[in-house]
Design a protein around this ligand. Structure first.
Ligand code: GLC
Length: 458
C-alpha cells in the first residue's frame, strides 16, 4: 500500500503541466525558467529555398511544381558552411539559444532522416548533416538547440492539403493522414534521439487546417516529445494561446499584446513563458533583394522591449545558399554583441519589471534590483514621451510610476554615478544628469520593499 502511495505521489510530482495550468512539476517550472532566463535566441531559416534567394515561401509564391522544385536539391552545396563559426558569432552577439528550421513548409529535411530520401544527406551533392554539425557546435559552446518543425508540407503526396497548401498545383488525391502523421512522428523521434538534448520543438503551419473537424492529434504527438525528452519544451506558432502540453507562447513579428503584423489577433497573452520572433529585414529565408534591414540600434530596442514585456527575443537570420550569413546580419549581430557585452546582466535572468512598459521604455527586474531602460527619449531636441520632462531647459527627469513601494538608490549604469530622486504622487521623479543619448540609457534602482517582477512560467 505504502509503495503504491509513494509511486502515485512521485508520478503526480513529475507530471508535466498542461497549458491550461493543471499541474506543474518543479522540474518543468525550472526548465521553463531556464528558457526565460536565456532571453535572446537566433532563428535560422535555411533550406534549398535559400538558393532561389527570395524567401522560404517561394515554392508557394510561384506555384512551383513539386518535382521541379525538388531538383533544386541537386545543386545545394553550401561550401562555406561552418556551424562553429555561426555559433561563435551568435555567442558574441549574446544569444543563448538557436532555433533551426529542420524542415520547413517545402518539406525538405536538413538532416539525415531515414523517413524520406528528400534530405540534405541523400539528395544534395553536399551530403552532410548540417543539423548534426550545428548540434555539435552548440554543445561545444553551451548554446541550447531548439528545432523548428513544419506541420504543413508542400511536397509529400500523403499530406492532406488545406487552405494554404491547397493552392499549390499538385493536390492529386493521395492524401493519407495516418501515413503523414506516422512520418512526422518518425522524424520527431529521430530529432529527439540523435541530436543530443533539444531545448524546444517549435511547430509551425498548423493554420493550414483550421477546420474544427481536422484533428492534428497534437496530444499524442506532444506526449511522444515529452516521453523522448522530458526536458524538451514545446511551442507552436498557431497564433493562438497555448494549448495542451505547450510550454510557451509564440508571437510572430510582434511583441506580446501587439498585433501590427496581423498574426496575433486572437491570442491572449498567457501566463506561460513568451517568445517573440522577428526578422531583421522583411524576410525569414534568404532574400537577395530585401535590404529593408532594421538598424542595429532598433534591434537592440526590440530585444530590450521584449525583455521588459517578459518575453524572449528570437531574432531571425536567413543564411545564404553558400553557407555564409548575410553581411548585414553579421554587422548587426556584432552591434548587438557590443551592447550585450556591457549590459546583458540587465537582460539575462530578469523578468519584466514591476513597472509596466511606459512611453519612455521598459523595466526589467531581478530580485529587488530594477533596471530602468530609457529607450525613447527625444525627437528633434524635444521631449516627446509622457514621463520624461525637461524643466526650464535644465536636466531631464523621468517619472517612474511606483506606488506602494520605495526606492532606496538609483545609479546610472554607464558610470555608476548616484542619481537624485524624490517622491512625486504615485511614484518617483528621477533626475538624469545629462542628456541620455545612448540607445538604451539604463538606470539601476534598488527597491527597498519586495515588489514582484512580472511572473510567468507556471
Ligand atoms: C510563418 C511562416 C514561416 C516562418 C514563420 C516564422 O508562420 O509561414 O515561413 O517560418 O512564420 O515565424
Amino acid at each position: 500500500m505504502k509503495r503504491i502511495y509513494t509511486f502515485l505521489l512521485t508520478f503526480l510530482l513529475t507530471l508535466a503541466v498542461t497549458a491550461q495550468g493543471l499541474v506543474v512539476s518543479d522540474e518543468t517550472r525550472r526548465i521553463r525558467e531556464d528558457f526565460q532566463d536565456r532571453k535572446f535566441g537566433i532563428f535560422l531559416h535555411w533550406g534549398i529555398y535559400s538558393m532561389l534567394a527570395d524567401g522560404e515561401w517561394i515554392m508557394y509564391g510561384r506555384r512551383i511544381d513539386r518535382d521541379e522544385y525538388a531538383k533544386l536539391a541537386g545543386g545545394f552545396c553550401p561550401s562555406w558552411f561552418s556551424a562553429r563559426e555561426w555559433v561563435e558569432l551568435f555567442k558574441e552577439a549574446g544569444a543563448q539559444y538557436v532555433t533551426f528550421t529542420s524542415r520547413h513548409h517545402d518539406g525538405f529535411s536538413m538532416w539525415a532522416t531515414k523517413a524520406s530520401p528528400y534530405n540534405i544527406v541523400e539528395s544534395t551533392p553536399y551530403g552532410r548533416d548540417v543539423l548534426k554539425s550545428l548540434a555539435d557546435a552548440c554543445s561545444e559552446h553551451g548554446m541550447k538547440l531548439h528545432i523548428y518543425y513544419s506541420h504543413m508540407d508542400w511536397q509529400r503526396p500523403d499530406y492532406p492539403t488545406g487552405s494554404t497548401s491547397g493552392n499549390l498545383p499538385h493536390d492529386d488525391g493521395t492524401a493519407n493522414w495516418d501515413s503523414y502523421y506516422a512520418f512526422m512522428n518518425a522524424q520527431l523521434t529521430e530529432l529527439l534521439t540523435e541530436y543530443g538534448p533539444i531545448g524546444a520543438i517549435w511547430f509551425d503551419g498548423m493554420w493550414d487546417h483550421k477546420e474544427k473537424e481536422f484533428d492534428w492529434r497534437l496530444d499524442d504527438q506532444y506526449a511522444l516529445i515529452k516521453r523522448l525528452q522530458p526536458k524538451c519544451l514545446i511551442g507552436n506558432n498557431h497564433h493562438g494561446a497555448p494549448i495542451g502540453l505547450e510550454d510557451f507562447q509564440l508571437f510572430e513579428q510582434d511583441l506580446p499584446g501587439q498585433n501590427t503584423a496581423g498574426f496575433s489577433g486572437e491570442a491572449k497573452v498567457s501566463q506561460l513563458p513568451l517568445e517573440t520572433c522577428m526578422t531583421m529585414n522583411n524576410t525569414w529565408g534568404y532574400s537577395i533583394t530585401d535590404k529593408n534591414y532594421k538598424s542595429g540600434d532598433e534591434l537592440i530596442r526590440r530585444l530590450v522591449k521584449a525583455a521588459g514585456m517578459n518575453a524572449n527575443f528570437l531574432l531571425n537570420i536567413g543564411p545564404r545558399p553558400d553557407g555564409q550569413l548575410p553581411d548585414e546580419a553579421v554587422e548587426r549581430l556584432r552591434h548587438i554583441g557590443a551592447f550585450m557585452d556591457a549590459n546583458s546582466s540587465t537582460i539575462y535572468d530578469t523578468r519584466g519589471g514591476c513597472v509596466p512598459p511606459q512611453d519612455w521604455g521598459v523595466t526589467t527586474q531581478r530580485g529587488r534590483t530594477l533596471f530602468i531602460h530609457i529607450l525613447n527619449k527625444e525627437k528633434d531636441g524635444k521631449v516627446v514621451n509622457e514621463g520624461l520632462e525637461r524643466k526650464d531647459g535644465g536636466a531631464l527627469s523621468l517619472f517612474l510610476p511606483l506606488s506602494g513601494q520605495s526606492l532606496s538608490k538609483v545609479t546610472l549604469r554607464s558610470d555608476g554615478s548616484a542619481l537624485q530622486f524624490q517622491r512625486e504622487g504615485d511614484g518617483y521623479r528621477i533626475f538624469l544628469p545629462k542628456r541620455p543619448d545612448s540607445v538604451d540609457c539604463i538606470l539601476t534602482a534598488t527597491l527597498s520593499s519586495g515588489s514582484d517582477a512580472q511572473r510567468t512560467g507556471e
